[in-house]
Design a protein around this ligand. Structure first.
Ligand code: NAD
Ligand code: IPM
Ligand code: MN
Length: 340
């Protein structure tokens, strides 16, 4: 039996996770769910985001399913670092895989029908880049204040995420960098790209500047398959990709360490405080996140069935208002579950 650690987290995490679990239940799979109280409320009460005992239990699970982290009442960046940062970093979940696939033509913002079909996978380096928190502030609070936020790229870090991207490629890999303004990191990314190309001579690949990549992704997402990039660029690019397929309510993500098998599954969206607690949150991102988790656990048929059911419900407009329906979070999940 597979053990799944569940963290609803904050805001709409409390709505989309129960909704997605109702769909998961409908697969009939024998999954042992264990709920963990990690969130802003507990952080405010205890000052700890994830304690060491909880971390050890989470590390033992076959998969971790997380809703969202973030609460406007908690301004402390240590909260995000102690939750998302700790999980991704300590478990060394170096590949953040963020697929964005258009399931209904009407969700594309594009005029030209031939450019609409998007089936893009953003592979985001998830442990280094601009996210290491290395740096500091000097002469803080004065007119001469200096803030350093270091970008870190390592040969190990870039090679392994590049390898993961090449393994995921169906048509090609686009390597997106800012080599012209960040020549040191850029050179290492290009070296790792050439090394990956040599290991995968049959996989077409190209190098593209991250800014141009954002432009082309918006103009014609059908031109992209797998895009691999640095942590912060990948964060931004995955929201851009989301916008091409219906928004943050429909895009899932998986943070994986292919060697250890450990993995964290979370929608790309955050806690959406602007709509939290009102039954407006779209559960499709969390449902598709569960599908990624099922595939990771080896339940390929069930994963495909969940994805198919979610697509059918969306095409029938049995969905929430953000993608043109009128159902609540729970009703939209029921519409998916009924199709399983
Ligand atoms: P957000 O993703 O929470 O929301 C951005 C916009 O998208 C909002 O207008 C929101 O209403 C909408 N949206 C998001 N998910 C939706 C859904 N399922 N259905 C319908 N609409 C949805 O991003 P934000 O507002 O920048 O951040 C809010 C909080 O979430 C912050 O504390 C931020 O740090 C955190 N955050 C956490 C994660 C995560 O846990 N992985 C990701 C992003 C942001
Ligand atoms: C995401 C989020 C996080 C990130 C934030 C909340 C730190 O935007 O998962 O996309 O940047 O990784
Ligand atoms: Mn983000």
């Amino acid at each position: 039996m597979k053990r799944i650690a569940v963290i609803e987290g904050d805001g709409i995490g409390h709505e989309v996770i129960p909704a997605a679990l109702a769909v998961l239940d409908r697969t009939g799979l024998d999954l042992a769910l264990e709920h963990f109280d990690v969130g802003a409320e507990r952080f405010g009460r205890t000052g700890t985001a994830i304690d060491d005992d909880t971390m050890a239990e989470l590390a033992e699970a076959d998969a971790i399913l997380l809703g969202a982290i973030g609460d406007p009442r908690v301004a402390d960046p240590g909260y995000t670092a102690g939750t998302l940062g700790r999980l991704r970093g300590e478990l060394d979940l170096y590949a953040n895989v963020r697929p964005a696939r258009l399931v209904d033509d009407r969700l594309s913002p594009l005029r030209e029908p031939e450019r609409r079909p998007a089936d893009v996978i953003v592979v985001r380096e998830n442990t280094e880049g601009l996210y290491t928190t290395l740096g500091g502030r000097f002469k803080e609070g004065t007119g001469a204040e200096v803030a350093l936020q270091e970008h870190v790229s390592t040969h190990l870090g870039v090679s392994r995420v590049m390898e993961h991207a090449f393994r995921l490629a169906r048509r090609e890999v686009a390597v997106a960098t800012k080599w012209n303004a960040m020549p040191h990191a850029g050179a290492l990314w290009l070296r790792c790209w050439h090394e990956a190309r040599a290991r995968h001579p049959r996989t077409p690949s190209r190098h593209i500047a991250i800014d141009a990549c954002a432009l082309h992704l918006v103009r014609d997402p059908s031109a992209f398959d797998v895009v691999v990039t640095e942590n912060c660029f990948g964060d931004i690019l995955s929201d851009v990709a989301a916008a091409m397929v219906g928004g943050l309510g429909v895009v899932p993500s998986a943070s994986v360490n292919p060697e250890s098998g450990q993995a964290l599954f979370e929608p790309v969206h955050g806690s959406a405080p602007d709509i939290a607690g009102r039954g407006l949150a779209n559960p499709v991102a969390a449902i598709l996140t569960c599908a990624l988790m099922l595939r990771h656990l080896g339940f390929t048929d069930e994963a495909e069935a969940v994805e198919r059911a979610a697509g059918e419900a969306v095409r029938a407009r049995e969905c929430t208002a953000d993608i043109g329906g009128s159902l609540s979070t729970a009703e939209a999940a029921t519409a998916v579950a009924r199709r399983l």
